[in-house]
Design a protein around this ligand. Structure first.
Ligand code: GDP
Length: 195
């Protein structure tokens, strides 16, 4: 699945803009600055690929990337922008809900959690939305290189506790560092084994 090339397909702002659901799809959610673009770039081995999603104006879009001919990687809007206007937030929450509950080819969501910070209230909100949309989700810890083993354990315990409250959570947590490459092949393999 990860042998082929990756390309940015489009940024979607409404349900009728979604690409034809003709392949396996996984999506990535996380607070802004969690390391989502870096992770997508590391997974695809394509530097600069997911940068588009970080540029102003693109942050409210659902960004689609191909990975070879059989997989879409979907970059969901980064959440936790304190200063985004209420109307904008509401619009993108509506789109997110529609996408998560209506996308037949979506096999799993990956919720990115900063290894230093653990699950924050906005992360729990997204997890609730995934529960109610019946989308199985899995936690990916980012920036693992930034924490000492001791602190990592504390955060992992906190994340496990949070996951236990969510019926749609898949229990295995993936530790990654896009910078060092840790966990990237594990995550590829998890995606490649989804049916
Ligand atoms: P996004 O807003 O979630 O897309 O986050 P980015 O991928 O743009 O990353 C935010 C910041 O964290 C950038 O300065 C990255 O260089 C840094 N970063 C991302 N992943 C890692 C990582 O694995 N290790 C370290 N040390 N820094 C990272």
């Amino acid at each position: 699945l990860f042998a082929g090339q990756s390309e940015f397909v489009k940024g979607v702002v409404a349900m009728n803009g979604l690409p034809t659901p003709d392949r396996l799809e996984v999506c990535f959610a996380g607070r802004s600055n969690v390391g989502k673009s870096s992770l997508i770039n590391a997974l695809t081995g394509t530097k600069g690929l997911a940068r588009a999603s970080n540029t102003p104006g693109r942050t409210q879009e659902i960004n689609f990337f191909t990975q070879g001919p059989e997989l879409y990687l979907v970059d969901l809007p980064g959440y936790g922008y304190a200063n985004a206007p209420v109307k904008v937030v509401e619009k993108w929450q509506r789109l997110l809900k529609q996408y998560l509950s209506g996308r037949q080819t979506l096999r799993r969501a990956f919720v990115l959690i900063d290894s230093r910070h653990g699950v924050k209230p906005v992360d729990a909100e997204i997890m609730k939305l995934l529960d109610s949309s019946a989308v199985t989700f899995q936690c990916v810890m980012t920036k693992a290189d930034k924490v000492k083993a001791n602190d990592r354990q504390k955060v992992l315990d906190q994340v496990r506790g949070a996951l236990s409250k969510h019926p749609a959570a898949y229990p295995e947590i993936v530790l990654t560092s896009s910078e060092k490459g840790d966990g990237i092949s594990t995550l590829r393999s998890i995606i490649a084994h989804l049916e």
